[in-house]
Design a binder for this molecule. Structure first.
Ligand SMILES: CC(C)(COP(=O)(O)OP(=O)(O)OC[C@H]1O[C@@H](n2cnc3c(N)ncnc32)[C@H](O)[C@@H]1OP(=O)(O)O)[C@@H](O)C(=O)NCCC(=O)NCCS
Length: 94
């Protein structure tokens, strides 16, 4: 993980240029499905919008269909990224 922090070039994917912000969200199981995820995302997306950030992207394991359902509810759309491996890339214009 330390090596990855110092070699971020792997995250510079041309298809993501319109979505410069990047996010991760992971709630403990006992706190899922209670609206916390939506509230955290709304706070984060509001902060990005206030900073003038034009878009945000994330990568999720394609097998993580519960997370995909969550992002779909928040308005994210799929971004076509070549050689994406086990990931699906999602984006949102702000
Ligand atoms: C994915 C995650 C962030 C969602 O947060 P959450 O607090 O559970 O979701 P919320 O309760 O805020 O739900 C927000 C909306 O998404 C929908 N949603 C959330 N999980 C869903 C699921 N499994 N299936 C269908 N819809 C789902 C809710 O119905 C809700 O819709 P609404 O607000 O329009 O009524 C959280 O469950 C989590 O951390 N999961 C485990 C880690 C993970 O997979 N993280 C993502 C890695 S890419």
């Amino acid at each position: 993980m330390v090596w990855l922090l110092h070699h971020p070039e792997r995250m510079v994917i041309p298809a993501l240029a319109d979505y410069p912000a990047h996010l991760h969200i992971d709630l403990l199981p006992d706190h899922q499905r209670s609206g916390h995820g939506r509230r955290l995302m709304e706070a984060f997306l509001d902060a990005l919008t206030r900073k003038g950030v034009p878009g945000v992207h994330l990568g999720t394991l394609t097998v993580n269909t519960p997370a995909r359902a969550f992002y779909d509810r928040l308005g994210f759309h799929e971004i076509d990224v070549p050689d994406r491996g086990p990931l699906t890339y999602l984006g949102l214009h702000l």
